[in-house]
Write a protein that binds this ligand. Structure first.
Ligand code: FMN
Length: 441
């Protein structure tokens, strides 16, 4: 690439039907794609044809609600276990990075280190781990806990967890394996490190029984935006995923993470900040808006109410008609009072109905929408990149595969013309393609 400024990094945030909650109801959609490998193969190939850096598969541990109405009217309850899926995609692709979530709350670090090290070898150096601490009680119930642990204690475990995983990935030096059959020497013991970790949460001897991949170790992604999440990212991550709804919030977050990285003695360029963006691409601006409006019109009220309930951590408005304004007296929430407050302030200021309020969450879920022609979307991404809001974007098409087809077919060529993204993969591994230095250097 001929630009002196680093290129825009692009990932695909892969959700089976796409990111709009009603995408599964659109005409002509593939039947129940969430557990259909053929669907994912098509998307992975499409993303690789657009030279995207990676695709990312999120993970939530089970059906995360007991609200039968919301479950009955949503296609989000089904999926495939991400590492199993990515192993299949690895053998059908050559270049694209493969990032999956694994929870530090409901796994052991040895398991996570081993599985991602395997994916990294299977894919010849294209794996990445999105470290999360998981979200709610229904996940906890699948692991013998009554409640999901508190934020601080989850992050306390996550921090030590990350140290153990990174330590285990360091088990084998590149020259450790001699494989000299003639002289009967398989390995050089000096190239093998025994971790011997004994901490507050974990006791792990090691070493791992899987050697290093061509990229040294998998890429680490951190998706928490709280101060504790950022502190962990600065210490351990290569990429930060984040939801930033506005230019101001994105800019402030970018500046904060980069300055914390510099304070910690890191090269700020070695930590890539990639907020989510939901592009809606039409032949004209009004056409793009129509695409979104048509999906919005398909949102079932039970699903809409559930979106509000989740976003506020427990505000239940299901007793009120969707097209009414918010009632003066509102049911209490035991969850996020500040998030409830923000949503209510917007609703009262803009005189939004309950439906309008939940439609704000139906597609991008608090990430940024960019709606317009391919030219408009390219302009906005270029601006956000120049304006130090992002090093790149986690692209969240509202529908899959169509929305990705529009992005790869129209926006990527425009960005290529401006020399802002690659026109061929330049590296062998995900780390090389992201322009990151070798692990441990
Ligand atoms: C792009 C993105 C992807 C995420 N993926 C997952 C996921 O797969 N599983 C999960 O439990 N949480 C996921 N999260 C949520 C985060 O892990 C985290 O819980 C949330 O951002 C709040 O973190 P905080 O408390 O540090 O602000 C994701 C967040 C973002 C921004």
């Amino acid at each position: 690439m001929s630009t002196s400024k680093p290129p825009i990094r692009l990932g695909l945030f892969l959700l089976a039907d796409g990111h709009h909650v009603a995408a599964w109801r659109r005409p002509g959609r593939r039947h129940n794609p969430a557990t259909d490998l053929g669907h994912y193969l098509e998307i992975a190939r499409q993303a690789e044809a657009g030279f995207l850096d990676f695709l990312f598969v999120a993970d939530f541990l089970g059906v995360r609600t007991t609200d039968t109405a919301a479950i009955s009217h949503s296609a989000r309850t089904l999926g495939l276990e991400p590492l199993t899926l990515l192993s299949a995609l690895a053998s059908a692709t050559k270049h694209i990075g493969l990032i999956a979530t694994a929870s530090t709350t409901y796994n052991e670090p040895f398991h996570v280190a081993r599985k991602f090290a395997s994916l990294d070898l299977i894919s010849e150096g294209r794996a990445g781990w999105n470290l999360v601490t998981s979200q709610n009680d229904p996940e906890a119930w699948n692991f013998g806990h009554e409640r999901h642990a508190a934020h601080d204690s989850r992050y306390d475990r996550a921090s030590e967890f990350a140290d153990v995983v990174l330590g285990l990935w360091n088990s084998w030096q590149p020259d450790a394996i001699v494989d000299d059959a003639e002289n009967g020497v398989f390995l050089n013991p000096e190239g093998l490190s025994v971790l011997g970790h004994k901490g507050h949460h974990f006791s792990v001897r090691g070493p791992l029984d899987i050697a290093a991949s061509p990229q040294g170790r998998p890429i680490v992604v951190q998706a928490g935006s709280s101060d504790t999440g950022v502190a962990l990212a600065v210490r351990t991550a290569d990429i930060v995923f984040t939801a930033q709804p506005s230019a101001d919030s994105a800019k402030a977050f970018y500046a904060k993470v980069k300055s914390r990285a510099a304070e910690a003695g890191r090269d700020p360029g070695s930590l890539l900040i990639m907020p989510g963006v939901a592009p809606v691409i039409g032949q004209s601006r009004s056409h793009a808006q129509e695409i979104k409006d048509e999906l919005d019109a398909l949102v079932h009220p039970a699903v809409g109410h559930h979106l509000l309930y989740n976003a506020t951590g427990g505000m239940d408005l299901s007793a009120y008609p969707p097209d009414s304004l918010l009632p003066d007296a509102l049911p209490e929430t035991n969850g996020s009072k500040s998030r409830q407050q923000v949503l209510l302030e917007v609703a009262r200021r803009d005189k939004l109905t309950i439906r309008q309020l939940y439609l704000m969450l139906a597609g991008a879920r608090g990430h940024r929408y960019v709606i317009g022609t391919a030219q408009d979307v390219a302009d906005e991404l270029e601006h956000m990149h120049q304006d130090q809001q992002a090093d790149g974007f986690n692209i969240m098409p509202l529908t899959l595969p169509e929305g990705l087809g529009d992005f790869v077919g129209q926006v990527v060529p425009e960005l290529q013309r401006r020399k802002l993204v690659r026109s061929a993969y330049e590296g062998r591994t995900l780390r090389e393609n992201l322009g990151l230095r070798p692990a441990g250097s």
